[in-house]
Design a protein around this ligand. Structure first.
Ligand code: ASP
Length: 348
C-alpha cells in the first residue's frame, strides 16, 4: 500500500521549544532538527513534509492565527492525506475546537499534538506523542473501497489518548496526561495497539468548506459569590458585544437576585446572545432542574447541554461572523456541527 502523505505543521509550544538565548523568543523548529531528535520518524509508513508558521507560545494564540492556520490546512487539503499540527498545550483545546468549526466536512485527519517537555529533553513526552500522532494521521480506513483515511475530523492525540478536538480540555499543567475529554469517550484506546472506536468516528456528509471569518466580540462571564452588578454590567455592555457565555454553577444555576437578573435583561434587550455553560468540568446544563437555572432560560439565556467552554466560545465566534442576528445565532448554536455536543434526548 502506498504510504500516506502527511504534512506536519509547526505552530510553536513546548514540543519544539528552543529559546534564542539573546532574545528569549522561540526559534522556529526546522525539519532537520526534528529528524535529528526523532530519527524514528523515518521508520513510519508515511511520507512527511514540514511547514512552520511563525512559532508562538500558545498563550499568544489569537483568532487571526486560527484563520491563518485554517486557511493553510484548507489550501493544502488536496495535496496531503493527513495533517499533524504541533501546538502548545495551553490553548490546544481552543484551537482544535476552532478548527473543527472553521473546516466543516474537512474529511481528512487533523491531529493536534504537543508535549509537556521539549523534544530535545531526555524524558520528553514529545517523541511518543509525535510518532503516534503521525501514525494516526496516516491510517487508512480498511473498510473504505476508495481508500479514505480512517480519521476524518479534528482530533487531539496526547499522553496515550485520542480525543475529539472540540470535546477536549487541558486538565493538568504538569502531568503527561494533560488533556481530557470530560463528556465524550476517547476515540481510541492506545496501548500496544491503537484500537479505534469506529462507532464514534465522524463521517462528513458534505463538501469541504472554509469558514475563515471570526467574530471576536464574544465574552465569558465567570459567576462567583460576590460578583457585583457593576462588574457584570461592565462586561455585558461592551460596545459591539454579540454573545456572552455565563459560566454558571452546577447544572446551570445562577443567583435569583433581582439586580443580577435585571442586568441580564438589559443585555438581552441590547441583542446580546447569552449561553449558559457550567463551571463544572463533567456533566451538563439542565436549566430546568432548579428554579435558579430556569430563571436564566426564561430570560433568553440558552442552556448549552454538555459542550465545553472551549467549544462554546469558538463556536460562537465562528457562527457570530456568519449570523448577523441574535435569533439566527441562537438557531445555529443549537445545531451540532462537528460532534461537539450530545443531543438533549441522549443526555436525559
Ligand atoms: N506554554 C506552552 C504553550 O502552550 C505550554 C506547552 O506547550 O505545553 O505553548
Amino acid at each position: 500500500m502506498t504510504p500516506s502523505r502527511i504534512l506536519l505543521v509547526y505552530t510553536g509550544g513546548t514540543i519544539g521549544s528552543e529559546e534564542d538565548l539573546n532574545t528569549g523568543a522561540l526559534k522556529p523548529l526546522n525539519f532537520d532538527h526534528l529528524r535529528n531528535r526523532v530519527p524514528e520518524v523515518e521508520g513510519l509508513e508515511a511520507e512527511l513534509e514540514f511547514e512552520s508558521m511563525a512559532p508562538i507560545d500558545s498563550s499568544d494564540m489569537t483568532p487571526v492565527r486560527w484563520s491563518e492556520l485554517a486557511r493553510l490546512l484548507h489550501l493544502r487539503r488536496d495535496r496531503y492525506d493527513g495533517f499533524v499540527v504541533l501546538h502548545g498545550t495551553d490553548t490546544m483545546a481552543y484551537t482544535a475546537s476552532a478548527l473543527s468549526f472553521m473546516l466543516p466536512d474537512f474529511g481528512k485527519p487533523v491531529v493536534l499534538t504537543g508535549s509537556q517537555l521539549p523534544i530535545g529533553v531526555l524524558r520528553t513526552d514529545g517523541k511518543e506523542n509525535l510518532l503516534t500522532a503521525i501514525e494516526i494521521a496516516a491510517k487508512w480506513d480498511s473498510t473504505d473501497p476508495n481508500r479514505g483515511p480512517l480519521v476524518r475530523e479534528v482530533v487531539i492525540y496526547f499522553g496515550d489518548e485520542l480525543l475529539r478536538g472540540n470535546r477536549a480540555h487541558k486538565q493538568d499543567a504538569e502531568g503527561f496526561q494533560a488533556m481530557t475529554s470530560p463528556n465524550f469517550p476517547a476515540l481510541a484506546e492506545v496501548g500496544i495497539h491503537v484500537r479505534f472506536r469506529r462507532d464514534l468516528l465522524l463521517r462528513p456528509l458534505g463538501e469541504p468548506a472554509l469558514r475563515v471569518d471570526i467574530e471576536p466580540n464574544v465574552t465569558v462571564v465567570h459567576l462567583h459569590p460576590g460578583l457585583t452588578t457593576d462588574a457584570l454590567r461592565h462586561q455585558l455592555s461592551q460596545p459591539g458585544l454579540r454573545a456572552a457565555i455565563l459560566r454558571t454553577y452546577g447544572s446551570g444555576n445562577a443567583p435569583r437576585n433581582a439586580d443580577f437578573l435585571a442586568v441580564l435583561a438589559e443585555a438581552q434587550e441590547a441583542g446580546v446572545f447569552m449561553v449558559n455553560v457550567t463551571q463544572c468540568t463533567v456533566g451538563s446544563v439542565d436549566a430546568n432542574r432548579y428554579v435558579t437555572g430556569a430563571g436564566l432560560t426564561r430570560l433568553g439565556v440558552e442552556p448549552s447541554l454538555d459542550i465545553t467552554l472551549e467549544a462554546a466560545l469558538t463556536k460562537l465566534m465562528v457562527l457570530a461572523a456568519q449570523e448577523p442576528t441574535r435569533e439566527g445565532l441562537r438557531a445555529a448554536f443549537k445545531l451540532d456541527f462537528a460532534g461537539e455536543q450530545t443531543p438533549a434526548d441522549v443526555i436525559r
